[in-house]
Design a protein. Structure first.
Length: 134
C-alpha cells in the first residue's frame, strides 16, 4: 500500500523441474521519506507473509545511497525450494513528494547458481540509474 508498483519486465526460462531462471524488473514509486533499507525491509516482510524466508548473503550500498546491490537466498518453507538471487535496487533522490526507482532481480534455483551467477552479474552490472522517474 505504501508503494505504487509496476512490472515492466519479467522473463522466465524453465526446463523441467531442475531449471528455473527469472529476470524481473519492478518499477517503484515510494513516499519521499522511504529509504532503500526501508523498501528492502518491507519486501522481506512481504516475502515472509508468502512463506519465503529471506537471508541477505551480501549487501553493498553506493556512496550516494542511490544503489543497493545484494545477493539473497530465499527458502520456500512449504516445499523446501531454495532460490538464490542477485538484486539491485536503484532509487532516485526525492522528487516532489515521491521517490522513483527500480528493483531488478536475477533468480535461479540454488543448485543452478554456479552455472548462472555470472549471467546475473553481467545483467545487473549493465543497469544504470537513468530514466527512473514518472
Amino acid at each position: 500500500d505504501k508503494y505504487k508498483l509496476e512490472i515492466p519486465l519479467s522473463a522466465t526460462l524453465t526446463g523441467g523441474k531442475d531449471l528455473l531462471v527469472t529476470l524481473s524488473v519492478l518499477k517503484i514509486q515510494a513516499p519521499i521519506d522511504m529509504t532503500a533499507d526501508d523498501i528492502i525491509d518491507d519486501m522481506m516482510a512481504e516475502n515472509e507473509k508468502k512463506g519465503l524466508q529471506t537471508e541477505i548473503i551480501s549487501k553493498q550500498v553506493s556512496d550516494d545511497k542511490k544503489i543497493t546491490t545484494s545477493e539473497a537466498k530465499y527458502t520456500q518453507t512449504q516445499n523446501n525450494v531454495i532460490l538464490k538471487s542477485k538484486e539491485k535496487l536503484l532509487i532516485t533522490p526525492p522528487e516532489g513528494q515521491q521517490r522513483f526507482g527500480a528493483f531488478v532481480s536475477f533468480t535461479t534455483l540454488e543448485q543452478n547458481w554456479q552455472e548462472y551467477e555470472k549471467v546475473g552479474d553481467y545483467l545487473l552490472n549493465s543497469i544504470k540509474l537513468e530514466g527512473f522517474t514518472n
